[in-house]
Ligand binder design. Structure first.
Ligand code: GLU
Length: 297
């Protein structure tokens, strides 16, 4: 009974918060509860000059864009289980990209796609774009293309608050949890062979494994780990220095050069929008970083 009352109170508070920041928010839609309340308002482009892009042609005729995201990574790609609201730096990058393509944020169909399925989701046409802590790598470039980078981070460690581990050197013989198909799990297998691994399809499952003692640390990009630590500061902390470089790109179907050039131009011309997005999401913690330079290839 008390649980029910608390839940109701939370729902009422969320509904209030939603209506308070309304601003065009459409509320949970019929298709799985997606709602659009961007943290930044983006002008929706009306005369989009983009020819020779098969992906854009599909988006235009569908009148919507399907964007692959994460939904369990606080501050980056997150979906509130009660309100259906999506938030985070990557979600805002997705909304900005859609608006630049002439699609308003409420016409985005978000699809949660785990790390291991990103390349296939893009090449099968399950998603038009992917924005979700997606590191640009040469291996992935054989199957997909990337615009960006729009953010740079590095691999780190998340441990329990009372853990004595202070960095990757202290992980020998211990178990690190990461995600199947991700760069951090591969990096551990290739370069830190003394470290045992356990893997799941999402990082939130790794956080659960850490909490229940199945793993001694979660390892992935620091930006992701900081979000989990901020959500549960009494029990979790990040430790050590980053031990890889991860450059996030917008994943695009392979060979759509026109679209890649278009999104890269958005990043190059839109420095003030990038800063607004950063300040409204990751930058809320007080950290300040510069937008990385776009790498056209
Ligand atoms: N950025 C890394 C990767 O793309 C780790 C985060 C993730 O799995 O999304 O593999």
């Amino acid at each position: 009974m008390r649980i029910k009352a608390t839940l109701l109170a939370t729902m009422a508070a969320s509904a209030l918060a939603l209506s308070a920041c309304g601003g065009g928010g459409s509320g949970p839609g019929a298709s799985g509860g997606d709602s659009a309340s961007p943290a930044v308002s983006y002008p929706v482009a009306s005369n989009v000059a983009l020819t020779g892009s098969p992906t854009y042609d599909k988006i235009k005729s569908a009148g919507k864009v399907v964007i692959g995201v994460k939904e369990d990574q606080p501050q980056l790609g997150f979906k509130d289980a009660i309100t259906g609201e999506r938030s985070g730096f990557d979600v805002e990058i997705a909304r900005w990209t859609a608006s630049t393509l002439g699609i308003s944020p409420d016409k985005i169909e978000f699809k949660a796609i785990p790390s291991a399925q990103r390349e296939s989701a893009l090449s099968n046409g399950d998603v038009n774009l992917y924005v979700g802590t997606y590191s640009i790598t040469d291996k992935r470039k054989k199957q997909v293309d990337f615009a960006g980078p729009y953010f740079v981070t590095g691999q780190g460690l998340l441990v329990k608050k009372d853990s004595s581990i202070t960095g990757i050197d202290g992980m020998n013989g211990k178990t690190a949890c990461s995600v199947t198909g991700s760069t951090p799990i591969q990096n551990i297998k290739d370069k830190y062979k003394q470290v045992k691994t356990t893997e799941f399809s999402t990082y939130s499952e790794c956080v659960d494994a850490l909490k229940n003692g199945q793993a001694d640390a979660v390892t992935t990009d620091e930006a992701i780990l900081l979000g989990y630590a901020a959500q549960d500061p009494d029990n979790l902390k990040t430790v050590g220095k980053p031990f890889s470089t991860e450059k996030y790109g917008v994943g695009l179907p392979k060979g759509d050069k026109a679209l890649r050039t278009f999104v890269n131009k958005m990043f190059t011309d839109g420095k003030s929008t990038w800063t607004k997005i950063y300040d409204a999401t990751l930058g809320k913690s007080g950290t300040k970083v510069e937008q990385p330079a776009v790498e056209n290839y």
